[in-house]
Design a protein around this ligand. Structure first.
Ligand code: 6GU
Length: 287
């Protein structure tokens, strides 16, 4: 059971081959750009650009603020492939479909993945504009029985029961902190636990109070399915969240979370984030 509801190895291979036949780059580092952070892909040189609609078997992304294309090129002379726009559960895709590009990257030779997202800050010491290195996640969908790995397990990707401790590589987190300090970002760099909820609604006050109790620092609608699929196939993962708004955990406040604010904050932090990501890629490339 489950085989009929996912991409087979051969289907993923077909997408990977399509790209391999059309680019000379052979990246070992993959990047997934979050809301408003897609500008990072614009830094690549010698670019080969593939709209998702042109890549066989690829889903097509539908959210504003996400371009929807794979950009393969060089960042500071390091070959990388960069998803400019990702797939979310709230668009209507099952989790395995959202995370499918990670397997395409794997079959193209990618070994390390840098993931970014925009998230709400739940930890009360966080400020808008902070950058949170993800130390761990809570897979909320997993509690309810859903997972991008649900269904048939093809051992060519990974084991039936993959471990998720150390999902966010300790050494890469350490290096990223050093890079942030170099950039004098020590006052905005944080580390914490991320939770993914299905969205598209932002959270109620009661939901946020519950998430606070269980130890969540930042709340978003992405990333976790990508990390699970990447760890399943033994990629090294590094991820950070840009804190675009403070989660509202009391009934007195009339402000409301909104997508425009999320995109606006991401745009304001664009140059720091791009430079941070560039230096992290350099750090990821040396080991
Ligand atoms: Cl407050 N919640 C969620 N789920 N995602 C977000 C967010 C909040 N802010 C940015 N992305």
């Amino acid at each position: 059971p489950g085989k009929e509801t996912m991409y087979t190895y051969d289907v993923i291979k077909q997408s990977a081959n399509y790209l391999l036949e059309r680019t000379e780059h052979r990246p070992t580092i993959g990047v997934i750009c979050g809301s408003g952070l897609g500008g990072m892909a614009d830094l690549l040189t010698d670019r080969d650009v593939f709209p998702y609609g042109d890549i066989p078997n690829f889903p097509v992304s539908t959210v504003t603020g996400h371009a929807g294309r794979m950009v393969i090129g060089k960042l500071s002379n390091i070959p990388v492939m960069c998803m400019q726009g990702r797939f979310h559960a709230y668009e209507g895709y099952p989790l395995w479909k959202c995370a499918m590009p990670v397997r395409v990257m794997k079959l193209m030779g990618v070994e390390k993945l840098l993931i970014t997202n925009a998230a709400g800050g739940l930890n009360s010491s966080f400020n808008v504009g902070d950058i949170m290195i993800i130390k761990d996640h809570i897979n909320f969908q997993g509690f309810a029985g859903d997972s991008p790995l649900r269904g048939y397990n093809d051992e060519r990707f990974g084991p039936r029961f993959p471990a998720m401790n150390n999902a966010y590589d300790k050494d890469l987190r350490k290096r990223a902190k050093a890079v942030a300090t170099e950039m004098k970002l020590e006052n905005v760099i944080r580390e914490g636990t991320y939770v993914m909820l299905g969205g598209p609604t932002y959270e109620t006050v009661a939901e946020l109070k519950m998430l606070q109790i269980i130890g969540v620092d930042a709340v978003g609608m992405s990333t976790v399915q990508e990390v699970i699929v990447a760890r399943h196939c033994n990629m090294k993962v590094f991820a950070f969240s840009l804190i675009t708004n403070k989660c509202i955990t009391d009934y007195e406040t009339d402000d409301m979370a909104n997508h425009e604010e999320v995109i606006g904050v991401a745009n304001n932090r664009k140059s720091d984030l791009q430079e941070l990501a560039r230096r992290i890629v350099i750090a990821m490339n040396t080991d």
